[in-house]
Design a protein around this ligand. Structure first.
Ligand code: NAP
Length: 293
């Protein structure tokens, strides 16, 4: 069994990005600039945004954090999004989800200029991804693809079973893996809460991608010997022994599944760090496009 080290891979990628940014600035080209909108004080969102800002510094990017209270109206938030769309200093930006209930997330997503949509959530970018055109790829699926690439995990002709059909993970990762190429060229089955005989399907998988948000859901009896298992799940489970009061749990019963696997990602330290890396790569791409380099 080989552990897929997302933390190390993400550190390597951030160093590669920082080297590219150093080359850009040495030539007098302005460094990439990412902005993030954070609404309210959700603990998870605060952590994610803080990590994104920290990663910007590691990559040599400029970053701007715009904070709003959770009583901001939808119209006010949309106006802030439009300001960022028009701001020539900003190469790309994200609106940290989830948003308060009174705000229509889809409307916010569709207001972001697709050319600055470094989260890859705008329907234009989702559409481009699904037909194999260049564009900003949703960060978590792009991170998974990068891990497969860097660990030389051949997906061609393999049966990939994705558990979960969300717009941000399940659907786009399935789409990427069925594109021509490697990673890609896979036969993909997408399972969800209405799937019957799920263990029967996962047992046929050469590669399982678990993205459902149910801790320990994938058990050893659901995995064939020699499979590769990518665990996307990150559920906060209360844990009084931790300073934070919780620990992150994946969707895979790691202890019992790992011995059967050829490759497996841990939680934490697997897919999670790669998600931020993809955001940094998308921001670099946005900056290069805007500067014509
Ligand atoms: P989501 O929007 O809640 O979607 C969950 C999916 O799992 C749905 O398609 C659902 O089916 C399916 N599902 C739920 N219970 C199931 C069951 N018993 N059997 C089969 N399928 C089931 O979740 P998400 O946003 O994709 O996130 C999934 C997990 O990944 C969460 O733990 C999240 O925190 C984590 N995540 C991690 C990262 C990262 O950077 N590491 C990024 C994003 C998400 P239906 O469609 O039928 O309801």
């Amino acid at each position: 069994m080989q552990l897929i080290d997302g933390k190390k891979t993400s550190t390597d990628i951030k160093q590669e990005i920082a080297a590219e940014v150093a080359e850009m600035t040495a030539k007098g080209i302005r460094r990439p600039h990412l902005a993030a909108i954070l609404v309210g004080h959700d603990g998870g969102s605060e952590t994610y945004v803080a990590n994104k800002v920290k990663s910007c510094a590691e990559c040599g990017f400029e970053s701007t954090l715009l904070r709003f209270e959770d009583d901001i109206t939808e119209e006010q938030l949309l106006a802030e999004v439009r300001k960022l769309n028009e701001n020539p200093e900003i190469d790309g930006f994200i609106v940290q989800l989830p948003l308060p209930k009174h705000i229509d997330e889809q409307r916010v997503i569709e207001t972001v200029d697709p050319d600055k949509d470094v989260d890859g959530f705008h329907p234009v970018n989702v559409g481009r991804l699904s037909i194999g055109l260049p564009g900003f790829k949703s960060a978590t699926p792009a991170g998974i693809i990068e891990l497969l690439r860097r660990y030389n995990i051949d997906t061609r002709g393999k049966h990939v079973v994705v558990i979960g059909r969300s717009n941000i993970v399940g659907k786009p990762v399935a789409s990427l893996l069925m594109q021509k190429g490697n990673p890609g060229d896979a036969t993909v089955t997408v399972c969800h809460s209405r799937t019957t005989n799920l263990p029967e399907i996962t047992r046929q998988a050469d590669i399982i991608i678990a993205a459902l948000g149910k801790p320990g859901f994938v058990t050893a009896d659901m995995v064939k010997d020699g499979a590769t298992v990518i665990d996307v799940g990150t559920t906060r489970v209360p844990d009084a022994t931790r300073k934070s009061g919780f620990r992150l749990c994946g969707d895979v019963d790691f202890e019992n599944v790992a011995p059967k696997c050829e490759f497996i990602t841990p939680v934490p330290g697997g897919v999670g760090p790669m998600t931020i890396c993809s955001l940094m790569l998308n921001t670099l791409q946005a900056a290069k496009q805007r500067r014509g380099c």
